[in-house]
Ligand binder design. Sequence first.
Ligand code: PGA
Length: 223
Amino acid sequence: MKKIWIIANWKSNKNITEALTWISEVGPHLRPREDIQIVVCPGFTELEEVHKSVLTGNFPIMVGSQDLSPFPPGAYTGEESAQELVGLVQLAILGHSERRLNFAETDEMIAQKVKQADKAGITPLVCVQSTQTPVPDGCRLVAFEPIEAIGSGQPDTPKDAEEVATSLKERYGPDLTVLYGGSVESRNVGSFIKQPDISGVLIGGASLDAREFVKIVKIVYED
Ligand code: PGA
């Protein structure tokens, strides 16, 4: 049976109070399932409090970051190195198209970030925008996120997403786990996770609302 990942990417939203409210509203609805991995990725400033509240509530939620530095620890003002994140996160979203576009991230920088994450024991989740986006060595978890589908309310078709997932697995090996992201919400999540080569979803906008996120999780539980 494939494991399904449900990953909330809050982007630059939610302060500490809002983050903790979300955890307290979502956490009690979750139950530990070996076949489902729920991950929440807050901003750096909320990571510690979110991490603590997940531990205190004993909720089956993994905490992830939305980025990390391509450099090792050292003189890199403003950067969060993978080593600083050890103990706070188990996963890092890397190479999101918003970072490639707004912060000039290149495939080379993303490959460096994957190396740093791997060294620190943090699972890198690389966002790929098409079959042409390279998957760096050491990365076994990717999210296919077509740019037009992000935040637009216009998701890709499950058929097209499945074709991309299949071709990524053909190219990088059957053990590559491929997720889909881009306007995923409760009314379409079922159609994506049903696809044989899609192992979960990366959710932006719809993950911000605790009730909608719980609805999504329940649909996956019942699938
Ligand atoms: P969206 O964002 O769900 O708001 O489309 C997804 C993402 O950017 O990861």
